[in-house]
Design a protein around this ligand. Structure first.
Ligand code: ZN
Length: 237
């Protein structure tokens, strides 16, 4: 009898692995740095090791695992279990993640886009509960979105529905790790907001935030901008 579900969030900074019971109650969560610069094989092995350690520590055998689901950024084929491209992962191209996991584990493994996984969570348990039409927007280092329309999660022809972060907005815009430039996510995101802010300072505008970072603009972070806004003082003058 299976008793547990494993959920994995593969991010550019951290790998988060969580174990849930079948009522989706969180039992344990482990967070380790991704170290994506070491290449795909290293990252995949690291995920396997974290899962093995977690199961070992709790004395859980493979038979007790119902399935494992992984949220992965970038372009992928959820039906094939293949991840095509991850912008912040050097050398990561056409990796058959599900097959790699199945070399080690014998329970079912699924992958999907990280934003869409987030959307499923909000739809089934969070802000979108009982809604038939939802748009979820994620703002972090990049910009993403996921859509539920008429009670169905949208995938589209290439399973990239909602990938708004790479819409081209400016022909000669900021370079993007996708290889293009002027992508919307380079402007509308936490990183984009910081870059716009620094551009304004470089053009001669002033801000109290400059004092907070001892006039080293490379230390400006998005949370400082929101703090300045909520303090009620002019953020840029
Ligand atoms: Zn892009």
């Amino acid at each position: 009898m299976s008793e547990f579900i494993i959920g994995i969030d593969l991010g550019g900074t951290n790998i988060k692995v969580a174990l849930f019971n079948l009522d989706l109650k969180l039992i344990v969560e482990v967070r380790k740095s991704t170290e994506a610069q070491n290449g795909p094989a290293y990252v995949l092995n690291k995920i396997i090791r974290i899962v093995e350690d977690m199961m070992g520590n709790l004395n859980i055998t493979e038979k007790l695992i119902y399935c494992m689901g992984m949220g992965i950024p970038g372009l992928l084929d959820p039906y094939e279990g293949k991840s095509f491209f991850l912008p912040n992962f050097p050398g990561w191209k056409n990796i058959h993640v599900v097959n790699e996991m199945k070399k080690r584990f014998h329970f079912p493994v699924f992958i999907d886009n990280d934003v869409r996984v987030n959307l499923y969570g909000e739809w089934l348990y969070g802000a979108g509960l009982n809604s038939k039409n939802i748009i979820l927007i994620t703002l972090g280092t990049g910009l993403g979105s996921g859509i539920v329309m008429d009670g169905k999660v949208m995938y589209g022809e290439t399973a990239s529905a909602g990938e708004i972060g790479h819409m081209n907005m400016y022909r000669e815009g900021r370079p993007c790790k996708c290889g293009s430039s002027g992508c919307l996510g380079r402007y509308v995101s936490a990183v984009g907001m910081v870059n716009t802010f620094i551009e304004k300072l470089n053009k001669g505008r002033n801000s109290m935030i400059e004092e907070w970072v001892n006039y080293d603009n490379s230390n400006i972070e998005a949370h400082m901008i929101s703090k300045a806004v909520s303090d009620g003082t002019p953020t840029v003058a």
